[in-house]
Write a protein that binds this ligand. Sequence first.
Ligand code: ASP
Length: 260
Amino acid sequence: FNAGRGAVFTSEGRVELDASIMDGASLGAGAVAGVTTVRNPISLARRVMTHSPHVMLIGSGAERFAAEQGLEQVDPSWFFSVRRWRSLETYLRASKLPIPPRPAALDGSDPIEQLVHDEGKKGTVGAVARDVHGNLAAATSTGGITGKRWGRVGDSAIIGAGTYASNAACAVSATGDGEVFIRAAAAREIASLVEHRGMSIQEAADIVIHQRIAALKGEGGVIVVGRDGSGAWSFNSDGMYRARATSEGGVEVALYKDED
Ligand code: ASP
């Protein structure tokens, strides 16, 4: 998937990772953007929430904090995959942008190449959960979008856009066109419709995806869990890899439209 190892490349041939996490009980939140050496960016986002006075850290400062926290760091090439490099070349060629030199680390065997699913430039990973005490949480991790430029940061690193959780409403994690999800404040908007308009999580998710996001010509989807532990998802893309599990043992997995 497009998170951690196997994430997409920037136009300069780098992997820059974004992640965020939110605790619906305390409204505590942590986010990181543009990290290149932290093996599990979502763990760093969590440390930002629990061990720093801040909510969002970027780039080299985020990496320094990761080192101080003793989180595992790897060479940036650890994240690289041949499949994502090919997507970058295709994108840059179509956009008439220069193709950076192919990193030496891409020669040789590529374990990630064996993954046959093709979700194009998408594949952000998100999770939402409710525990036995009724506490909600949401988390999102991504490489962003293929060929991103100039230190671009997407919705996945932004609390209220790609991630939001409040015990008063619901927990939301998004995937899709990050710029549009930021402009729509998508995750918080769903929570607001639930909290202030009394909508069900399904209604709120559908309104934000099929009206707000669609009106801005955006594509993507969300997973949501409600205060009662019920789940919802909504997307306007051809598919969205998704799954849910309940404490009663119910498990559901689906990839494309019309599978619910
Ligand atoms: N939302 C992510 C971003 O814009 C990308 C994705 O979900 O595919 O960074």
